[in-house]
Design a protein around this ligand. Sequence first.
Ligand code: URA
Length: 216
Amino acid sequence: MNLENVRVISNPVVLLNLCTMRDKKTDSQGVRIATRKITRSLLYEASQNLPLVEREITTPITTFKAKTIDPDINIIISPILRAGLIFTDEAIDILPQACIRHIGMYRDEKTLKPIWYYNKVPMEAPNPEKFYIYITDPMLATGNSLLEAIKLYADKGIPIKNIKCICIIAAPQGIENIQKHYPDIEIITAAVDETLNEKGYIVPGMGDAGDRIFNT
Ligand code: URA
């Protein structure tokens, strides 16, 4: 596993909330609140690759050129359903020019391979270098779903440096799987855990993220 392209965001606020969301005694509402707080930190970190422009603004004191995110780029947040949805409210608050493109995949419980059921990724990406993609899934387990999602965007010519995977807990096996196919892609996570168990769950992990977030 090459940790060079894995950014582990482990500030104390993230660690506090990670502890809460992992704890099996935390109820669903508690998991959602803690998870959202973590997603905010991860999204701030991910946004560091966005190009800036200068815009002339007038404060109550004077006029000056202020740096801001280039309004002419396409920012796409792509949550992998269903657990990836927990990122979306925070993401559009932080990045109001972003659009949300849902990706529906579930894991076949026997093969652990992703099965598609929904795809809202745009068919065309004119000027692909102007697209910035954040694929969100709280759990990077086998990495198979994430790989499918990356491929959708990479195949449209969007540079790999413009595509980022944002998760909360990653397993070494998932990171290796992604890096085998896309060695230069950046993964932003709050934790890299020990391993996967025989059912494909991350250990120690948090259990089934979708079930815990959505109270199912
Ligand atoms: N998906 C989950 O929700 N949890 C895991 O541990 C692995 C995949």
